[in-house]
Design a protein around this ligand. Structure first.
Ligand code: ATP
Length: 254
């Protein structure tokens, strides 16, 4: 099976700091793949390069064999690679429902003229957008909060809304940056089930950065470990857990 997302020789330099140094990564369709490593290892920088927020210093990034390196975040998202952020980014003054409608704008905006003249096909596409938004509110258990401002939702709900906003664009690759951060133990358990369902029911591949080892070991099929910008190990949760270099990196030994 060919890979859906392939990253080769990725590096990112900030002045004198090589934050990412020779990262390779290949994600299979529908795979759940985690990147772990100590603080400052370069995980988020890898995410920023893949999702088009940074232009990598070197490297190739391909989605279904088409290069997406250096494209910019909107183009990358349009091609089907979408992400969440360590600190949730929503339109906080808009309602939960509005956040999900806005996320679909690139679909419906093609018909600006249709909107002006209020054509039948325009009204239909607006109805479809609303149906999809309500579907995702239901899926995430957020229907009762549809008209609440996103900024006033409980933190765990904001995190789920952010994932819904990604999923509503029907991505090929969903990138989650520390999705368990700030969640309580029950919410973390629910998150594991949620990630599994997104993959199983929507066929999305998931790339995840996470510090919560319970979640990482429970949900990932493969894990890459980074330290000081470099990948130091890759394998199944079992392989990674028993890898000496990984144990050392986490225990902080020299
Ligand atoms: N925009 C930037 N400018 C300069 N240095 C940066 C920038 N972004 C990240 N860095 C540096 O690059 C290194 C890797 O940071 P990065 O955030 O990718 O690590 P991380 O593994 O995601 O850490 P954490 O687990 O704490 O989120 C760090 O030393 C960081 O200070």
């Amino acid at each position: 099976m060919s890979h859906i997302l392939e990253v080769k020789d990725l590096s990112m330099r900030f002045g004198g700091l090589l934050a990412v140094d020779g990262v390779q990564l290949a994600l299979k369709p529908k795979e759940i793949f985690a990147i772990i490593g100590p603080n400052g290892a370069g995980k988020t920088t890898v995410f920023n390069c893949i999702s088009g927020f940074y232009k990598p210093t070197t490297g190739q990034i391909a989605l279904e064999s088409q290069s997406i390196a250096g494209l910019g975040s909107h183009s990358v998202a349009q091609r089907g690679v979408v992400r969440t952020f360590q600190n949730v980014r929503l339109f906080k003054r808009m309602t939960a429902l509005e956040n999900l409608l806005v996320a679909q704008h690139r679909r419906t905006s093609a018909s600006v003229l249709g909107g002006l003249f209020n054509t039948k096909s325009y009204r239909q596409s607006e109805r479809d957008a609303m149906d999809r938004a309500l579907h995702w509110l239901d899926f995430m258990g957020l229907r009762e909060f549809a008209n609440r401002e996103a900024g006033n939702l409980a933190y765990g709900h904001q995190r789920r809304l952010e994932i819904a906003r990604c999923m509503i664009t029907e991505p090929k690759v969903l990138m989650l940056d520390e999705p368990a951060a700030g969640l309580n133990p029950q919410e973390k358990k629910d998150l594991q089930g949620l990630i599994d369902r997104l993959r199983n029911e929507y066929g999305v591949a998931v790339l995840l950065i996470e510090h919560d080892m319970g979640l990482v070991m429970g949900v990932s099929e493969r894990i890459m470990v980074m330290e000081h910008g470099k990948p130091i190990a890759e394998g199944t949760p079992e392989e990674v857990r028993n890898n000496e270099r990984v144990i050392k990196a986490y225990l902080g030994e020299a």
